[in-house]
Every structure is written in C-alpha cells, then in structure tokens.
Design a protein. Structure first.
Length: 131
C-alpha cells in the first residue's frame, strides 16, 4: 500500500533480510517512489526511496544480482547521484553492491564534487549506509 510506505522507513529497509526477493523489492521501492508527482505530495516519496537505497547498501554483495536493475534506474535518471546526502548514500550503495570506483565515476563525473569524491574514497574502506 503506497500510502503506508512513507512512515515505514525502518521496516522497509529490512526487506533485505529476505535475500534476493527482498533485494528486488528494494529496487522496486526506488523506482516506484518516483511515480508520484512528488511536488504535489511533499516528501512522501523520500522514505520508500531511502528505504530502497539503505536496504540495498546494507545487503552489500548479497544484492549484487540487482546490479542490472540498478543500472536501469541510473539510466532512467531515477537514482540521485548529486552532491547531496542522497548522492553520498547512493555512492555508498553502489560501492556496497560491488561497483568499482571507475564504475561509480562513470555514473556521474565526480571531479567537481568534492563531497562525492570524499564519499567514494571513504566507501572504499568503510561503506556508510546511514542517511
């Protein structure tokens, strides 16, 4: 139920506990969050979106089977890779899924974004899945 997703962030992040099926559901949350006209609905899209990012990040390599689906979301412009807290979380999620620094940099040129560069360097030693 879409109306019940936004207050359920901690619960939704735990979908990763259900293995590959949970990972598929987390990817779905990311993509589905953007279906709403979020300008008219405030920030209700954010919690399901964040739950997907955080859940996949926490799953790490166990969610690697979803890389193709994540790539499709990136191609569609659904995944936020900007110099923001969402962008830093995205960088950490990508590294946790097994993307190399070169693959993350290919998603978006990070040369001008010091904070994203820092997040990428830091994720190489310690992935941070907290928003």
């Amino acid at each position: 139920d879409r109306d019940q997703r936004w207050p359920s962030l901690p619960l939704l992040t735990r979908l990763g506990d259900f293995g590959d099926e949970g990972a598929r559901r987390l990817v779905f949350l990311i993509g589905d969050a953007w279906r709403e006209d979020w300008e008219d609905n405030g920030n209700i899209w954010q919690h399901p979106y964040l739950a997907g990012l955080i859940g996949l990040c926490r799953m790490g390599p166990a969610a690697a089977s979803q890389r193709g689906a994540v790539d499709a979301l990136i191609e569609a412009g659904t995944v936020v890779v900007s110099d923001s807290s969402y962008g830093r979380l995205t960088v950490n999620m990508l590294v946790a899924l097994g993307y190399t620094p070169a693959e993350v940099t290919a998603v978006r040129d990070l040369s001008a974004d010091q904070l994203l560069n820092y997040a990428l360097e830091r994720a190489g030693t310690e992935v941070d899945c907290i928003y």
